[in-house]
Design a protein around this ligand. Sequence first.
Ligand SMILES: Cc1cc2nc3c(=O)[nH]c(=O)nc-3n(C[C@H](O)[C@H](O)[C@H](O)COP(=O)(O)OP(=O)(O)OC[C@H]3O[C@@H](n4cnc5c(N)ncnc54)[C@H](O)[C@@H]3O)c2cc1C
Length: 387
Amino acid sequence: MPSHGQQTWDAVVIGAGPAGATAARRLSNAGASTLLLEKQSLPRYKTCGGGVPARTLQLLDGLDISPVSEGHVDTIDVSRFGRHQFRKRSSRPLAWMVMRDRFDQYLTDLAADSGATVRDSTPVQSIVENGGSYKLETPTGVAATRHILAADGATGPTARWLGIDSAPTRSAAYEVEVAAPRDALDHWHQAANVDVGYRPWGYGWVFPKDGKLSVGVVNAPGRGRSIRKSTDRYLTRLGLGDADVLKVQGHPIRYRRSASEPVARGRALLLGDAAGLADEFTAEGIAYAVHSANLATEAILHAADPASSYTRSINREIQPELNAARTISRLYYWCVTTWPWLALKTSKHFNYLWRAFFRVMRGDSTYADELGRLPGARLARSLAASA
Ligand SMILES: Cc1cc2nc3c(=O)[nH]c(=O)nc-3n(C[C@H](O)[C@H](O)[C@H](O)COP(=O)(O)OP(=O)(O)OC[C@H]3O[C@@H](n4cnc5c(N)ncnc54)[C@H](O)[C@@H]3O)c2cc1C
């Protein structure tokens, strides 16, 4: 069988999402020979709201993403099934709006510019470990490598093949892109809707893009079946029931709930969604995907034992955020489903909470710090654990 290059690569990265493309760029910049393999033909569609939290830019080494940005959001419009609506505004952008096909292609191009070899339409089909190196089989050849960075997303097979998989918690998310009428685009200019009340937790969103809106619902594990109906009802409430639907797609999101869930073994590391690095408050994962790519490249370039070093970094820098986000999620969604009117009224007038959330989105703070600052933080954590 032909090979993907004659040499043994320093690293093969599986998956050209934000995690894989970032890791490939950083490794190549550091002089490591890097092969990035992507199953689909690029640019590829990815089911996603495409809201890139502003803090991601710091993690992306200050990259200019303006060539692929379709605007930003600085205003959050909150409602409960379309009622009790109120708006909160941040003085600076909270998230950049992108279409994932263009955003991920942009990051992948930067990886190629840095020297990474990129092969799309090249699914990895199996992995064989052989005395400290790996052989990856694809339909067009075999690649030998010293390190694997598995960034193959929430449904990728690599973790299972490498025996790193745990039993992850998954939720479902459903996204519809609509060509919205002019008045709807004006209404949502720089503003996102967050519609709460879904049981036991979850929310609907509207994110504005160039000439269209991304509308979707994320719901707790086990609610996958009803999510499509929830999204249809949400579109109707938004007055978008008759809008042209450009794309409809569902996709799972997976969550790493404990520091004991494995993220690495030997010289193979799981990145981004493949490791379950999405948070259970906003269900966003792009910032964590990029962050994990940064930690993975540091471990591969500088650690004698990359798996242990990477696991420690994830548990120190990302897992506390996922834990804090889960606590906040349980408290917040429990309040809005148990005492909806009171919870919406309180969150409307409790500006401290909004300022805290905005600080986290912008990268000026973290969920863990904000949660720790709350009076009665320990009580909040135990209430969340029992909710
Ligand atoms: C409906 C929905 C809305 C979301 N909205 C947001 C949002 O607004 N903001 C946010 O921050 N996050 C959001 N997320 C989460 C976000 O999409 C993910 O966290 C993010 O894409 C993770 O990036 P990644 O690089 O880890 O994986 P992915 O972006 O999933 O990339 C994985 C890549 O691996 C490739 N691959 C899979 N198997 C193989 C194989 N065998 N060989 C080679 N390649 C392979 C796939 O084709 C894919 O390109 C949303 C998720 C969903 C489902």
